[in-house]
Design a protein around this ligand. Sequence first.
Ligand SMILES: Cc1ncc(COP(=O)(O)O)c(C=O)c1O
Length: 419
Amino acid sequence: MVGPWSKFGDRYTRPTGALELMQDLGAAMDGEHSTLLLGGGNPGSIPEVQAIFRRRLTEIAASDESFERLVGRYAHPQGERRFRRLLAELLVREYGWDLTVDNIALTAGSQTGFFLLFNLLAGEFSDGSRRRILLPITPEYIGYTDVGLGEDHFVAQLPIIRELPDNFFKYHVNFDDLKVTGDIAAICVSRPTNPTGNVITDTELSKLDRMARAADVPLIVDSAYGLPFPRIVFTESTPLWNDNVILCMSLSKLGLPGVRTGIIIANEEIIAALTRMIAVLSLAVGSVGPVLLEQFLASGEILSLSQKLITPFYRSKALAACQLLQAQLDGIPYKIHTPEGAFFLWLWLPGLPIRSAALYERLKNSGVLVISGHHFFPGVTESWPHRDECLRISFAQDDDIVERGIGILAAEIKRSFAE
Ligand SMILES: Cc1ncc(COP(=O)(O)O)c(C=O)c1O
């Protein structure tokens, strides 16, 4: 039998940007022809970091107690307790935040965490009202787009563009137009932002914090790339947490996307609600990520390895990718979002004669996967040509792949402008 599916089934089986992206990526990885993967969110391979995790895994496998906790027992539905305790202690030591083990829940990757959070806080309420998640600045993470159980789960705002020297630019929150109306359930921002590599400033973040408190809604900060780890941040920025902030972290960009561990840090009421949801959906969350990492939390090594190995790895790759683009796109109208974090370059091609979605297809046929920028405007209803003039290019893969990919990309862009 192939359908008809339930409304839930229809909702989650329809084509989505996230599905297209993951399928193209999967097909490219399985395929016979080599495709240059500048599209997905896979982290880079950092040999020193991999060696550290591999060594620890071997030690765990050799220890009866750790191995038992790694694979032989269900964890608490809130997540491995020792990991949560050690993380809480680390955050208290590092930032002085007023939190404990009960302010932390683990999820099967932060993508699942967003599904739970966004549907817990927003959607249809028993009094018939609807509430939505406000994205104060777009472009914003593609993965949020389709997680809502209902339609119109997001309302979003376009950014202000500040042009910078040397063909760079930066998006800022347009506070003049930002209103937290009565139908808003929460404000959410990724910092660093996927896809742009933007790190909204400390001033912008504290203004959002104040607006959220004034409207009595939580501020969700998605720190999948950010502080305290994996610290793929190239500018000075201060992390924020208080009992109105929901800070979301992940082990994926440390180089561990396979362990599927997301972390939510919030007030106890929200954590208790999430724990109940997790128990229903999956009984418990996997323990591999938590058990693998707990020693690095206890020693604080997670912070030093982020700072000494992960930040510089991506910083130098960002610089090299910018230099390649700048050299190869000379003579073409282009701008790059100033890379402040994460591992993407966001390329804006003002006046691009074809839509970025068509450019994506051409590039795919030429053996390069990037992502068309139009996917990154969840909740935006206004038309804006800028949406169809941008590409997200990952620079996380090996230098040779990035170099060849950018070469083909630049040639295809030049062809598109010449037509
Ligand atoms: C901004 C952002 N948030 C969340 C996620 C989800 O990460 P995961 O589910 O692997 O923890 C990603 C993945 O690419 C991301 O880029």
